[in-house]
Write a protein that binds this ligand. Structure first.
Ligand code: SAH
Length: 477
């Protein structure tokens, strides 16, 4: 059915198999297969994979599942498939289902059942063409110089172009008046110029907080927030379209992950907001939708460009990256020895309670995460922030305070208490004001720095991902 091509988000190819581990255990069933029949079966499996993969759309996932008494045979099928279909990339099971407990039926390590999970990177030709266009706003000055040379332009043009993009935050090539019309045209044809479209903005009457909804050029939408503080403007940006971490209280993850944002798409949230308000942005927090450590390389490039003296030139100390606790990436970030602040979404005082709120805890145990925070401080000398969303009756008891104090005892850190922002999809509630103050005071008695996060923009869709979510469900109607 050609009309169904490129339509499936997830396709499970549960294929016929040669020797069924299940049957082996059932001695009353005699199952015999000659070598010749087995080869026929492998050919059949390959034919089916070869056919059904065309139904998987770009960034969709194909799962190949089959049993075998001969584990090697599926490995060969997998290698054959990847060789024939370079548009598919093998995924690590644990990456796709971070922290989730994979049932025995779906265990990739099971020697009897073999899986191929692959994601489709490309589909129609048109899109491949689009992808081949170079995203010049994600390049540093050196890379831009080489690029300009590669298209036959003088390297000094790169400096001009870079200034337009990153210092003046131009929204199109037409604004770049010291570039000739012919160069502007050439660039329009040759490269991809990322500039977000403002779809909507909500402005709080209480404190001037602005919540923006931006459209990306593939039609996806993301949220960013401008908060006005005495010490300057802060912008909270998204790092991904959606999120796959599954934190129970968070609206951003309800529909899963669509894709990671490019460095240019992260930067342009700040550029468009700077242009819209005409005010300088002093602080940037990567605390919007998405898990920044799940888009690590793009995050690093974004920070490089954001803090570049030829761009917005924001000091590393004024950049905060918040993570749900992807330990290896936290350590990798520490090794870069940047001066940015790391914020850890802790939200619980024990492994058991953290598991109830955050599936990622299945993968990284709470002490391992805390250890990675200590390592971050050792490597960078930067005090780590612990975010703790207080959920009434779940993580706000006296026992929680005690355990939390023990857990982070002696660390150079700061705890930010966030009264949970209720979302309609879940039944979590904020503790009452007194309970929040009590929690804070008791932590302080243990010599821990604590603040209660001021709620900004109370009168506009507050919680992470709620504006985008409302927008998407409206568009679907
Ligand atoms: N993925 C990153 C950054 C995005 S979320 C992370 O997990 O840290 C930014 C912060 O808001 C996180 O601490 C997150 O746990 C918290 N958060 C998300 N939804 C919330 C809600 N409804 N109420 C309170 N805090 C929430």
């Amino acid at each position: 059915d050609e009309s169904a091509e490129d339509t499936a988000d997830v396709l499970v190819a549960d294929l016929p198999c040669s020797g069924l581990g299940v049957l082996r255990k059932k001695t009353d069933i005699r199952y015999k297969m000659s070598r010749g029949q087995q080869e026929e079966l492998e050919a059949l499996q390959r034919r089916i994979l070869d056919t059904v993969c065309s139904y998987v759309k770009k960034d969709g996932i194909m799962v190949y599942s089959t049993c075998t008494i001969n584990p090697g045979e599926n490995q060969e099928n997998v290698a054959w498939f990847l060789g024939k279909h370079p548009e598919f990339e093998l995924l690590d099971m644990e990456q796709i289902y971070p922290g989730t407990q994979v049932g025995s039926e779906m265990c990739i390590r099971d020697r009897i059942k073999t899986y191929l999970i692959a994601t489709r990177k490309e589909n129609g030709k048109e899109e491949i063409m689009q992808q081949e266009k170079t995203d010049i706003k994600s390049m540093n000055l050196e890379e831009l110089k080489s690029y300009m040379e590669s298209i036959g332009e003088k390297p000094f043009r790169a400096k001009q172009l870079y200034q337009w993009m990153h210092e003046k935050q131009a929204a199109s090539f037409d604004e770049m008046t010291n570039l000739s019309k012919s160069l502007q045209e050439k660039l329009k044809n040759e490269c991809r110029f990322v500039s977000l479209e403002q779809e909507a903005v909500q402005i709080s009457k209480i404190d001037g907080t602005r919540k923006y909804l931006f459209a990306l050029d593939d039609g996806n939408v993301i949220e960013s927030v401008l908060m006005r503080y005495k010490h300057g403007n802060s912008v909270c940006i998204s790092s991904q379209v959606g999120c796959r971490m599954g934190c129970r209280f968070c609206a951003s993850t309800l529909d899963g992950l669509v894709r990671g944002l490019t460095p240019s798409e992260m930067l342009d949230q700040i550029y468009r907001i700077t242009r819209d308000t005409g005010e300088r942005v002093a602080n940037v927090v990567v605390m919007g939708t998405g898990e920044p450590m799940d888009n690590f390389d793009n995050l690093l490039k974004f920070i490089e460009l954001l803090t570049d003296e030829n761009g917005l030139n924001i000091s590393q100390r004024n950049v905060t990256v918040s993570t749900c606790g992807i330990v290896p990436k936290m350590r990798e970030l520490a090794d870069k020895k940047l001066q940015i602040t790391l914020a850890l979404s802790l939200h619980a005082s024990s492994q058991e309670k953290r598991l109830e709120l955050m599936p990622v805890a299945n993968k990284y145990e709470i002490h391992e995460v805390i250890e990675a925070c200590r390592y971050y401080f050792e490597q960078t000398g930067r005090r780590v922030t612990f975010e703790y969303s207080l959920v009434g009756g779940v993580n706000d008891t006296d026992e929680d305070v005690r355990r939390l104090a023990d857990l982070i005892h002696g660390m150079n850190c700061h705890v930010n208490l966030i009264p949970v922002n209720p979302i309609k999809e879940r039944s979590y509630v904020q503790p009452d004001h007194e309970a929040i103050l009590n929690f804070k005071n008791r932590l302080e008695k243990n010599a821990i720095n604590v603040t209660i996060r001021r709620e900004m923009g109370r009168d506009i869709d507050g919680a992470c991902g709620q504006l985008r979510k409302r927008y998407i469900s409206h568009a679907e109607r």
